[in-house]
Design a binder for this molecule. Sequence first.
Ligand code: LLP
Length: 463
Amino acid sequence: MSRSAHPAGPRYADVLPEGHYVAPPADLNELDPRVWSRTVARGADGVVTVGGMDVKRLAEEFGTPAYFLDEDDFRARCRAWRDAFGPDADVFYAGKAFLSRAVVRWLHEEDLNLDVCSGGELLTALDAGMPAGRIALHGNNKSTDEITRAVEAGVGRIVVDSFQEIVRVAHIAERLGKRQGVLIRVTVGVEAHTHEFIATAHEDQKFGLPLAGGQAAEAVRRALKLDGLELLGIHSHIGSQIFDTSGFEVAAHRVVGLLKQIRDEHGVELPEIDLGGGLGIAYTADDDPSEPHEIATALREIVTRECAAAGLSVPRISVEPGRAIVGPTAFTLYEVGTTKELPGLRTYVSVDGGMSDNIRTALYDADYSVALVSRASTAEAMLSRVVGKHCESGDIVVRDAFLPADVAPGDLLAVPATGAYCRSMASNYNHALRPPVVAVRDGQARVIVRRETEEDLLRLDVG
Ligand code: LLP
């Protein structure tokens, strides 16, 4: 689909502001492989299947709204990242994108490491059997309790984010008679081209210690003096949903510059650099993300070149993809409750979820795609806005989408690419019950996170 001046065509397309027009696909029944997970297909009867299971059956068995996660696709993406980076690098899946015990087991089986950023994520990781040495703990304000639990468990690394935390982690480790592996998170001063709320490498923000002005170098000085810490390396994460690899290259260049400075000042070559996550995915067919091997090649080349120029041995590289692994592997299945055609404007299609299961449209103005999946249709394309059932007009799931004009109550719609930051950012707004996550593989479906119940809601309400 390309954004362009629109021809006279689908109903009400002309209400879109210039530049926002998205041409409807020639065939609304077609599922673009750029945005749907690998095993999704439309059967001869018009019903869409995932992992060999038809969505009408899935809706009957598990209800709607629900997230359906294509396990084969998830595992394939883990392997693609691991193979792209090879044995001399580490891939840490960023658990904040979506974490459950089943996911932890898949990661373990596929030989990935895990990045957690709270006590809750740490608990899930350990409970599901991820070896502590393969876990990294992140966060700009980890509590003493979180740090203590991580050090006690023996996590491989803690990414420290402030001067106070350097001392805090060192004291806790010393008290426990341990030496804790740490990386220092730095901000490299890159303006990542993404939404302001998810850009993290410019200096004016809460994460990391800036390279510019010397705070990062000062953090290294302090960390090297503390017995409780083993300084393993430097960490940088420039932001999220990024398509242009040049930001990562600039970050790698600056991080290697700091390694050189550390070698010159302290005579120490730090063995690791972590270049964070952030690689974008396709939410609509307009998005053109890089593949893991492209980013791996680009990062390896720049780090090798810069290290050679600085006379440093090449450090072990790690990366922390979250969205790029889990994002494309799931879709959210909704049932249409009502439709409202506003003549000359658009049709509002209300589904049984909304901003409680996907806050990204409201929060980041994110674009999504949508398809009618319970049947095929030959009706004309109709400009639609898929909205939720919450009490605000900003409760939009898909802002501008073409759906067949005969979409009606009872139809099932699916929104692809909702594996990352949807269930993990879901809320109980309006006392909505958070939907389940159902893993689908080889004709089998199993709940990996169950739907919340009204009892769950009342259990917390103890007044
Ligand atoms: N590493 C660190 C230190 C991070 O802070 C993050 C994401 C990642 C890795 C993983 O980034 P990814 O590969 O998933 O882009 N809620 C927002 C995204 C926030 C990302 C926070 N940090 C969204 O829905 O777009």
